[in-house]
Design a protein around this ligand. Structure first.
Ligand code: ADP
Ligand code: ADP
Ligand code: ZN
Length: 210
């Protein structure tokens, strides 16, 4: 059987990256994530300027840039977990034309909890692994368990940019949630428990969908 194609939706800090790692470990699919791809190419020249300008303001990078990244990654993948895309209706319509999804799962987490998660998030500068200073600390402070790399705070995880990103989610990406909901494709997952509890719920849904 072919590998699952999973779309994870949710606001910044909901745990999409964390749960994507579980999907990759369980199913051996590719992790397709526009956030990581853009962070690795912040100063890439595009017809719309560099991604950095948008990202540091917490705004969306223009659709043609992200559409191209996602299309190339999906075409190269045998099964994927897609995280961070689509973030508006135009991207959702583009995705309809390039992929068949087995599961669209929304991680639901209240705003106060999102802010606590984002303010304590640390990522590995070398491999991109995710940590939290309180909720998911590494064995040794500041050092990645997986590769020994330095753990850093993302530029856009400061308080002001977090507020802006949550507002951008409400304005642009909530309609994407409704788009899949109206099509009868959306599965809601309680994202508030521990990472293990959330994974139990998500894993069950993937098994049921494939
Ligand atoms: P988070 O996981 O906290 O939601 P991401 O790593 O997915 O954040 O995204 C970081 C930033 O990268 C966004 O604030 C935005 O500027 C840009 N970005 C990521 N994905 C997209 C997308 N699909 N469309 C437009 N911009 C994007
Ligand atoms: P997203 O990709 O949706 O922005 P992340 O997976 O990066 O979210 O998670 C945001 C932060 O919250 C990270 O620091 C991560 O370690 C932490 N985190 C993820 N899932 C949980 C959870 N279920 N409970 C508490 N903290 C979590
Ligand atoms: Zn690492």
């Amino acid at each position: 059987m072919s590998q699952p194609n999973v779309l994870l939706l949710g606001p910044p800090g909901a745990g999409k990256g964390t749960q994507s790692s579980n999907v990759v470990d369980e199913y051996g699919v590719d992790h397709v994530t526009t956030g990581d791809a853009l962070r690795a190419n912040k100063d890439m020249e595009t017809a719309h300027g560099a991604p950095r300008e948008y990202m540091e303001a917490g705004e969306l990078v223009p659709d043609p840039v992200v559409n191209e990244i996602v299309q190339a990654a999906i075409e190269a993948a045998d099964g994927f977990v897609l995280d961070g895309y689509p973030r508006n209706i135009a991207q959702a319509e583009y995705l309809d034309g390039i992929a068949d999804l087995d599961l669209v799962a929304l991680l639901e987490v209240p705003r106060e909890e999102l802010i606590a998660r984002l303010s304590g998030r640390r990522i590995c500068a070398d491999c991109g692994a995710n940590y939290h200073v309180e909720f998911d600390p590494p064995a040794k402070a500041g050092v990645c368990d997986r590769c020994g790399g330095d753990l850093v705070q993302r530029d856009d995880d400061d308080e002001e940019t977090v507020e802006e990103r949550l507002d951008v989610f409400a304005a642009n990406t909530r309609p994407v949630v409704e788009y899949y909901d109206e099509a009868g494709e959306l599965v809601r997952i309680d994202g508030e428990g521990s990472p293990e509890e959330v994974w139990t719920g998500l894993h069950e849904e993937i098994e049921a969908a494939t």
